[in-house]
Structure formats: structure tokens, C-alpha cells
Design a protein around this ligand. Structure first.
Ligand code: IPE
Ligand code: IPE
Ligand code: MG
Length: 242
């Protein structure tokens, strides 16, 4: 377990796991080989997060836009999700990890949805770390589904109209799929791309951003620790004067 000091540890770290395809191509292998290797990086980051005292770790595993990839890559990725969840769940449970999947689950097939349900139920009682997999997720989709939910509620409960008209930002948070989860303190994107690719657009409004050239399959314990160290040195001002 970690012996380093635990000052300024982010509560919620979020990872945009990018660069699997390039990692595999550099080795003359198929892109999917990079996705398989990327699972090892997830395991390393979960372990390091637990050691460091991070309470929420979210990972961008598949965007709504990723459905537009070639069918065989999509099929391989979905199969890998089922396999990885089934293989890792007991160990996650033993380590006190609560597992969640958030995103447009209507687009996932039955086998994957059943696996997700089983894993979420099995680990629901854990509280050391919450691991959130953003799957078939996009930030704009999330904001839109929240607005639709709110509109439906207003129609169903006209007596709440005034309360909803006066709603603040925190009130709207409750309609997002991340309801109840604190906003990410730190968002890390690997592979050298400096963009959010439709990730946590609302929730990331004040997140610290870290872009690194390291490809996701190479992002392991030391790299995660370095990201935490970078975060620890930052000065978050939230628009105020210090
Ligand atoms: C990230 O790696 C995994 C997913 C988006 C599912 P990529 O597959 O995007 O790898 P690159 O960016 O093409 O190298
Ligand atoms: C972002 O990576 C989505 C995930 C990491 C799941 P992409 O590789 O899909 O993003 P773009 O296409 O470079 O923006
Ligand atoms: Mg990519």
C-alpha cells in the first residue's frame, strides 16, 4: 500500500483512455490488441486509485460516436467489456470497489446489459472506491436526456412547475446520469489529443485537465501517480481572487 503523503488527493479522477489503436499499430498488430492491453491499464489505475485514497474513478470506455467505427471493432470491444467485467468483478469486490456503468444502455446488447446488472448488484455495498465506466456515453446525450426527463416531470407534476423554474445548477445535476457523483476534480486524456471528445461536458466545467502523450496501454501505476502529483500542485481558484 502507498506510503506517500495523502495531501490534496482528488476525490474524483476521470480518464479518457485513448491511443489503444495506435499502440497496437506501432507493434504491427490489430487495433483490438491495444484494447485488450488497455484492460491491464484499467486494473493498474484502479489499484493505484485505491492506494492513493481516490474515492471515484471514472473511465471513458466507449463514446456514442464510437458506434460509427467498423462493425468488427465495435463487436470486439463489446465482447471485451463482457469478458473483462466477468474476469475482474470478484477481485474488484474483494477490494471494496463499487462498480457502475453509465451511458445510453439501450444501445447495448442483452448479454452486456445482464453482465453489467450482475456486477453492479454484486458490488453495490462497497464504498472504498466507486469505479464508473462511461459506456455508450456522450456529454451532449447526457445533457439532452436530463432536459427530457425534467420536461417530462414538469408535465406530470404541474404543481412543481414553480419549484423547477427556480431550479439552480445543483437541481439540474440530479437529472444527469452522474446524479449523486461529485464532479471530476481531474480529467486525464492520454495519447496526445487535446480535446474532450464529447465527454463530461457539464460535469467537467471546472475540472483540472491533464493531457499526456502516453498511449493508454502504457498508462500504468507510475503514470497515474504522476497525474495525481500534477493535480496536487494545482491552484484551483473557481473564478475568485486568492
Ligand atoms: C481508445 O483508443 C479506445 C476507444 C475509443 C474505444 P482508440 O481506439 O481510440 O485508439 P486510437 O486513438 O485510434 O489510437
Ligand atoms: C474518445 O476517444 C472516446 C474514448 C476514449 C472512449 P476517440 O478516439 O473516440 O476520440 P476522437 O475520435 O479522437 O475524438
Ligand atoms: Mg482514439
Amino acid at each position: 500500500m502507498a506510503t506517500e503523503s495523502k495531501t490534496n488527493v482528488p476525490v474524483h479522477v476521470s480518464l479518457i483512455m485513448d491511443g489503444n489503436g495506435r499502440w497496437a499499430m506501432e507493434r504491427g498488430k490489430e487495433r483490438v490488441y491495444g484494447h485488450f492491453e488497455g484492460v491491464e491499464s484499467v486494473r493498474a489505475c484502479v489499484e493505484t486509485a485505491v492506494e492513493a485514497g481516490v474515492k471515484y474513478l471514472s473511465i471513458y470506455a466507449f463514446s456514442e460516436e464510437n458506434w460509427n467505427r467498423p462493425q468488427d471493432e465495435v463487436t470486439a470491444l463489446m465482447g471485451l467489456m463482457v469478458k473483462a467485467m466477468a474476469a475482474e468483478m470478484e477481485s474488484l469486490d474483494r477490494n471494496g470497489v463499487r462498480f457502475m456503468v453509465l451511458g445510453n444502455r439501450a444501445r447495448l446488447d442483452k448479454e452486456l446489459n445482464d453482465t453489467i446488472d450482475r456486477c453492479m448488484e454484486m458490488t453495490a455495498h462497497n464504498s472504498t472506491l466507486t469505479l464508473i465506466v462511461l459506456l455508450s456515453y456522450s456529454g451532449k446525450w447526457d445533457i439532452l436526456q436530463a432536459a427530457k426527463k425534467m420536461a417530462a416531470e414538469m408535465l406530470e407534476h404541474p404543481e412543481r412547475r414553480e419549484e423547477m423554474e427556480n431550479m439552480g445548477v445543483d437541481g439540474f445535476d440530479r437529472y444527469l446520469v452522474t446524479a449523486g457523483i461529485p464532479d471530476p476534480d481531474l480529467i486525464v486524456r492520454t495519447s496526445g489529443e487535446s480535446r474532450l471528445s464529447n465527454y463530461l461536458l457539464w460535469q467537467g466545467a471546472y475540472s483540472e485537465l491533464l493531457f499526456t502523450d502516453i498511449l493508454w496501454p502504457d498508462f500504468r501505476k507510475d503514470e497515474f501517480r504522476a497525474a495525481l502529483e500534477s493535480y496536487a500542485k494545482r491552484d484551483r481558484r473557481y473564478g475568485k481572487v486568492k
